[in-house]
Design a protein around this ligand. Structure first.
Ligand code: SAH
Ligand code: F3S
Length: 468
């Protein structure tokens, strides 16, 4: 039976999609190769958010082509995901050794296409057309027969995004917002929990818009609408479709923790803030993309909120859940960003005191409005702002990590650390990684550890009280 190696670039959504393709191929009899060079099929699951990510996948494929020509002439090479979607056939025109280009609504067709390519029935396949219901096409994404039971799993609740931020290529690569129904998502979560999963992260590009287009009947398809739901999809307690989903997942017995990513600040309503206080399984961590601290830039980005609104969300969350971990994404050097705009971002970061922030240098993307805007910021200024903001957020983050020293925290143990298998790794509810001297019996357990010291974005703990 053929073997496959999948390399993933980009976000958690991509990781989840790669898992889904791997599970699908294993179910069809494929094996998972340990290395690219040992594989009959190598697939790159790609990211298009920034040019750098695309360049990495292009260079990687060039190297793969070189080695395949020399050592494995029959090896099948394919691009999956966002770059496949946005570039399509162009990828094969550039690199004629590529056999498969599979778009973001076609992951469920990977096995049938690979079978045809391997059997020599077809030479090249480019499949990037939109497909109705593809958001619910793959549910299975744990590899059958794998020795490792995941403690933590991703569940995709929706695809696409309609926000059209002016810098972002995602609406083009992932398409229109399409949500799965609550009963469908809950059924998947139940299956995961039955297989040992204890923490679920609900995934979508803009999860706060989950189910917005559904009528209540569509939202609850297959199960019937619970009694307190109004005609608008918002229930009688004022809960949006997303909060109704959180409640439904929360009710699953045996599940310990729920997370989600990414929300949009404009959708961070009081119902969602209240959910943190009301639903004990909902972990105290929130990744809320800020992008800029300047209202003028936020407007040019088409973000739909102001810095005041963002600050108000953070304040409400901290009031509802003191100690909540708040992380964000920030873009520096968006077209037209002046020194004053950037100062506003710096002082907002100082004011919020993020637990961590991912900083991106603005990268013009094809067919996005921002790429055509005047006053593109020179590369060296983007670099400089990146450096300054990074210094600030890292200093704040390090201080916030140090505050953990001496504290006892609850962690969910995920397994041996990848870097040092003698250590075990877990996460706090506020999503910080903790390393400790553990063993296989700790895997999948919720336990308390006392934090003794910190490293770079890591806490080192001592099992204080072990709740076994
Ligand atoms: N809603 C999605 C956004 C995906 S893109 C999510 O939160 O997962 C992830 C991050 O990449 C964005 O929040 C933004 O900060 C950054 N990004 C997107 N387009 C970019 C661009 N053209 N240049 C630089 N950074 C970008
Ligand atoms: Fe992109 Fe903005 Fe949607 S960042 S994914 S268009 S919310």
């Amino acid at each position: 039976m053929p073997s496959v190696f999948i390399k993933t670039y980009g976000c958690q959504m991509n990781e989840r999609d790669s898992e889904a393709v791997a599970a699908q191929l294993v179910a069809k009899g494929y094996s998972l190769a340990k290395t690219e060079s040992a594989a009959d099929v190598v697939l790159l699951n790609t990211c298009s958010v920034r040019d750098f990510a695309e360049q990495k996948a292009m260079n990687k494929m060039k190297n793969l082509v070189g080695t395949a020509r020399k050592d494995r002439p029959g090896q099948i090479l394919g691009y999956l995901g966002c770059m496949a979607q946005s570039r399509g056939r162009e990828l094969i025109d550039k690199l004629p050794d590529v056999d498969l280009v599979l778009g973001t609504q076609k992951f469920h067709r990977a096995a049938e296409h690979l079978d045809e390519l391997l059997a020599g029935k077809r030479d090249k396949i480019v499949d990037v057309a939109p497909e109705a219901k593809s958001e619910a096409a793959i549910r299975e994404h744990l590899v059958n027969g794998s020795a490792k039971t995941s403690v933590s799993a991703f569940v995709s609740i929706m695809q696409g995004c309609n926000q059209h931020c002016t810098f972002c290529i995602v609406p083009a690569t992932r398409g229109e917002e399409r949500s799965r129904t609550i009963p469908d998502i809950v059924a998947e979560c139940r299956e995961l929990v039955a297989r040992g999963v204890r923490e679920i992260t609900l995934l979508g590009q803009i999860v706060t818009s989950y189910g917005k287009r559904f009528s209540p009947a569509e939202l609850w398809e297959g199960e019937g609408i619970p009694a307190n739901r109004g005609a608008s999809g918002v229930d009688s307690c004022g809960n949006s479709a997303f909060v109704q989903l959180l409640e439904a997942v929360h009710a699953i017995g045996g599940l310990d923790r729920i997370r989600f990513t990414s929300p949009h600040p404009k959708g961070y309503g009081d119902d969602l803030v209240a959910a943190y206080a009301r639903l004990p399984k909902l972990c105290e961590s929130a990744h809320i993309p800020l992008q800029s601290g300047s209202d003028r830039i936020l407007k040019l980005m088409h973000r739909g909120y102001t810095r005041e609104k963002f600050l108000a969300i953070v304040e409400k969350l901290r009031r509802a859940k003191p100690g909540i971990g708040i992380t964000t994404d920030i873009i520096v050097g968006f077209p037209g960003e002046t020194a004053e705009d950037f100062e506003m971002t710096l002082n907002l970061a100082r004011e919020v005191q993020f637990d961590n922030a991912y900083i991106f240098k603005y990268s013009p993307r094809r067919d996005t409005p921002a790429a055509e805007m005047p006053d593109q910021v020179p590369q060296e200024i983007r670099e400089e702002r990146n450096h300054r903001l990074l210094e600030l957020v890292n200093a704040i983050a390090a201080r916030k990590y140090d505050e953990f020293i001496g504290r006892q925290v609850e962690i969910l143990v995920e397994g041996p650390s990848k870097k040092n298998p003698a250590r075990y790794t877990g996460r706090t509810r506020c999503n910080r990684i903790v390393l400790f001297d553990g063993s296989a019996r700790h895997q999948g357990q919720l336990m308390d550890v006392k934090i003794e010291r910190t490293g770079s974005f890591t806490l080192y703990g001592d099992p204080a009280v072990i709740n076994l």
